[in-house]
Design a protein around this ligand. Structure first.
Ligand SMILES: [Zn+2]
Length: 121
């Protein structure tokens, strides 16, 4: 009886390990695919007319501005556990309107927003 239980238990352990292994392999494959995509998209930077749209990116100056705001905001707004890979509590999003594209940074924890590129200005 103990032998049968031992066989069943080891069977489940083997299945769990296999699932883990498959999951890891899928992760590795997607990582390699993403790397290839990044390589191919970097070649599009030379050809800005086809795919690349400047209005959906932010300048280094704007990024520095955002990082400064994030640093200040983090002192007031402590995030909860964001996972092992520590996903940022901030999201940058673009708002398309008829007069242009605005860029904003939002704290996902408290909902406070900071205009990176406001259309009112
Ligand atoms: Zn916040």
């Amino acid at each position: 009886m103990i032998n049968v239980l031992y066989v069943i238990l080891s069977f489940f352990v083997i299945i769990l390990l296999t699932i883990y292994l498959i999951h890891d392999i899928i992760d590795i494959i997607s990582y390699i695919k993403n790397k290839k995509l990044k390589k191919s998209s970097s070649s599009h930077e030379d050809d800005k007319s086809s795919i690349y749209d400047e209005s959906f990116s932010i300048t280094k100056e704007e990024m520095n501005n955002v990082e400064e705001w994030e640093k200040k905001h983090k002192k007031k707004c402590k995030p909860k556990y964001t996972g092992a890979i520590s996903v940022s509590q901030f999201k940058i999003y673009f708002l398309t309107t008829s007069i242009g594209v605005g860029a904003y940074c939002r704290c996902e924890y408290c909902g406070k927003e900071h205009a990176i590129r406001d259309l009112d200005e």
